[in-house]
Write a protein that binds this ligand. Sequence first.
Ligand code: UGA
Length: 449
Amino acid sequence: RTHKDMKLTTIGCGYLGATHAACMAELGHHVLGVDVDAEKVARLRDGDVPFFEPGLADVLRRNIDAGRLQFTTDYHEVAAFGSVHFLGVGTPQQQRGHAADTGHVEAAIDSLTPLLRGQHLIIGKSTVPVGTAASLAQRIAVLAAPGSDVELAWSPEFLREGFAVEDTLEPDRLVLGTDPQRADSIAEQVVAEVYREVLESGTPFIRTDWATAELVKVAANAFLATKISFINAVSEVCEIVDADVSTLADAIGYDQRIGRKFLNAGVGFGGGCLPKDIRAFMARAEELGANQALRFLREVDAVNMRRRGALVDLVADACGGEVLGTNIAMLGAAFKPESDDVRDSPALNVAGQLALRGAPVTVFDPKAMDNSRRMYPMLRYAESASDACEQADVVVVATEWAEFVHMAPEELTPVVRNRVIVDGRRCLDPGMWRSAGWTYSAIGGATRD
Ligand code: UGA
């Protein structure tokens, strides 16, 4: 067998697992994805991606048609299919407290391990608190059938929603953490085989221990969150002195040690990863006795949450001080463009706060309508941006979808009641709106025409 047709399984067919399964098949491997959710498995079998992710449906269908990609709900099939298993189930924030809930990871290990015979490698990809791999390895040692040999490695995933396929097939780096006590580890050799094409194109391959690999992931997300909150904190000062934080970000971003990416000030970060991961990282550090080490992340979180309130206040100002009874059009609901994900979305949080203050809020998003309706049934929804703006007193842009960024003021002028627009992402061209007779304001201070 060549490296092209290894037999791999992926456990968990959510965002990470489904993308991973399809991309591993795209590399030429035979892949079986497993999930406990029968409906999700049925949809994937039909080539239907249960969430919006550009390009993923094509990769999925192509590989199903080529006979390289299958899905199941049965762990017996997974154990029999192959000997390399990627673990990509979710680790959400616990219902109570800030720590990550590793229940799904444990359940997956508990379902699979007793069924394995012979030599197997499980490669964890989920974002987990440091120490999880070590404790899962103990679980595996207890559950493994006599005579079997099940190794656990950790290889965190860094994909971004909206770029999931590209990030999986052309990652910035591969990280692999193995058991520091294990002399006969096969993980490095197996992972090098699985990703041969990717590594041949020059992708850095970092081999380390479990704890470092686990920490690389949460440290990366904590750094990104810190970068965003840094610029948002600076924007709070800009607001007071009427300075332009976007120009400031460009200027500091030219310093290559800083870099311009992730310095877009606005309503802040949301989604299923950054907010949850910084809280889980702090919670874990406290458990480990490093109480002070990550205290600054509390401030990162606080700055971020404050921006949501700041956008609500800015909209209230645009309404003349009181939002009660003011028609507000909210453009954007997803936590970022090119995604239908509304988990911890700043846009919907702001829409919800405005609705609670008594404003009729009408929301439109190009992809996240179904998820928004499910999560926020109390808001009104429109079928297009211009429908949402019908009779609006204030238009708010809260997610920088290209269709909003490139929207012409002339399209909305005939439908709105007042020509007032609030830019929650500093993504519009202020000069264009102002010269079309609109009152334009942006979160984070002045914007120059
Ligand atoms: C993030 C990381 O970027 C990925 O590397 C990581 O793999 C992933 O989490 C994960 O842990 O699974 P993602 O949540 O898809 O990816 O989204 P990002 O592109 O990081 O954006 C996060 C949030 O920050 C969005 O709400 C976005 O609007 C906001 N953001 C981003 C800003 O407010 N300003 C910026 O300059 C950049």
